[in-house]
Write a protein that binds this ligand. Structure first.
Ligand code: ADE
Length: 226
């Protein structure tokens, strides 16, 4: 899978993908990440990609031409399966969308800045608009990093132990159960004895119960299918 990112700040997006699972996914050839500097398609030699908004008001808007020219050039030989604009007024990102997107072949993420991008780019090119939560970031780059990580880790073959993604929080609309490691006793707090029995069936039942109880307490909306 290839994820390409169109941004005015590619520097913000180098380190997040150079470590751990994202690094391994790229080394295994399962994920390719390409950063594109929007300034390459600027309208003048000053690197301009934004302008004042019609109708007045504070804040600049990312202009049509640089974005359209960039997208046209990037998909001249092969179309993107999805062109996603990261924006606080998009649909809130969740595991279901991550699962769907992890099955695509080639996607483009557009990072907005200032007041956002000209509406006509959204109308003409964008196939999905995604928010990572009800708060406003200074740009779409950190949101793009969140998407790449959430999508990249579930591309088939990326995780060593395939089942570990299946038991993540949210995969069955359930939060993950509590987990414990050594020592068995820590500051008078004991590991639940059932985990020490070595009985995989009982352990699995306990984990299911705990996952359900935790979800009921913390996120009843997930159980109601909201
Ligand atoms: N850009 C600014 N804020 C954002 C958010 N919450 N989600 C996605 N992109 C954004």
């Amino acid at each position: 899978m290839t994820i390409e990112i169109l941004t005015v700040l590619p520097e913000l997006l180098t380190s997040p993908f150079e470590h751990s699972i994202m690094k391994r996914a790229q080394e295994k050839g399962l994920l390719t990440i390409k950063l594109h500097t929007l300034r390459k398609w600027a309208i003048n030699k000053h690197g301009q990609v934004d302008d004042y908004q019609y109708g007045g008001g504070a804040g600049m808007v990312m202009m049509c031409e640089p974005l359209a020219n960039a997208i046209d050039e990037l998909q001249a030989t092969e179309k993107f399966d999805e062109i996603i604009f990261l924006t606080p007024d998009g649909k809130t990102f969740d595991q279901k969308q991550a699962n769907t997107l992890s099955l695509k072949n080639r996607i483009l993420l557009i990072c907005g800045h200032y007041k956002g991008i000209d509406q006509r780019i959204r109308d003409l090119y964008v196939t999905r608009e995604i928010s990572i939560g009800d708060y406003v970031l200074s740009g779409g780059e950190l949101a793009a990093a969140v998407l790449v990580d959430a999508i990249g880790r579930i591309i088939p073959g990326v995780l060593n132990d395939e089942t570990s993604a299946l038991t993540d929080s949210f995969q069955d609309n359930l939060l993950a159960p509590p987990v414990y490691s050594r020592p068995a006793s820590f500051r008078d707090l004991e590991v639940p004895p059932i985990l020490l029995t070595g009985d995989p069936k009982k352990v699995e039942e306990w984990r299911q119960e705990q996952a359900l109880a935790r979800t009921q307490k913390r996120r009843p909306d997930l159980l109601a299918g909201e």
